[in-house]
Design a protein around this ligand. Sequence first.
Ligand code: HEC
Length: 219
Amino acid sequence: MKHRFVAIGLLLAATLAAARTQSGGGQGASVEACRVERLRLQPAAASDIGSLGTPPEHLNAAEVEATAACLAPALDAVLASVQDQVLRGAEAWAPMSKAYRGSEHGMFLQVYANEAAAASYRKYEQGAAIPLGGMVLKRSFRVAADGKAEPYALFVMARMQPGFSPDTNDWRFALIGPDGRTVGATNGPDDAKVRYCAACHATARRQDFLLFVPPGLRL
Ligand code: HEC
């Protein structure tokens, strides 16, 4: 299984790199520096660096939490800068998980749900299908070998009207770069770039395509 996840990580990195080049390379809003101090003093060895440049084994839970807290304004700014019309309509995002090291996406992640989705999502495996207008997203950030942390992509699932996309259980998957630009979305011009999302999430067909973090990470 592991090689499949690495391949997906590389695909994602390539997709986002291409999106950044198109948009002129800018990170947008200037971001206050967040750094894992221990890695600044003693950078991770090259052999410990993951496929996306992150040295995940080198962050303990407290460091992940502190880095997420430091980056919170920058991560809010990414969400505020999105151009995606569906996502712009969402309000009242609430965290559904702690920040954690992603297994499938190769970076650090935190799950959020909007008001329409939160009540069902919080029941996890026991929850009913997310209602129309419900959205769940994952914020993400990366940490370089020298400890420097920066916001990364947003992974979004939005529940659309019945018939929108039978293959994806009427979920609209969207991948949004750290500059707020949409890289791809279900039924959008770059639909092909997000088909792999639904392919993996379809393994959870019986629970509305939701895969959920392990219980220890839930809030
Ligand atoms: C190889 C499998 C895989 C692929 C591909 C994948 N995901 Fe996920 N996704 C997961 C897993 C597993 C979780 C559960 C949380 C975690 O482990 O991070 C998850 C969780 C999520 C969540 C939180 C809702 C939930 O299911 O609990 C969103 C939103 C999400 N993914 C969006 C996306 C988007 C958008 C893409 C494509 C750009 C994508 N995912 C591609 C495996 C995948």
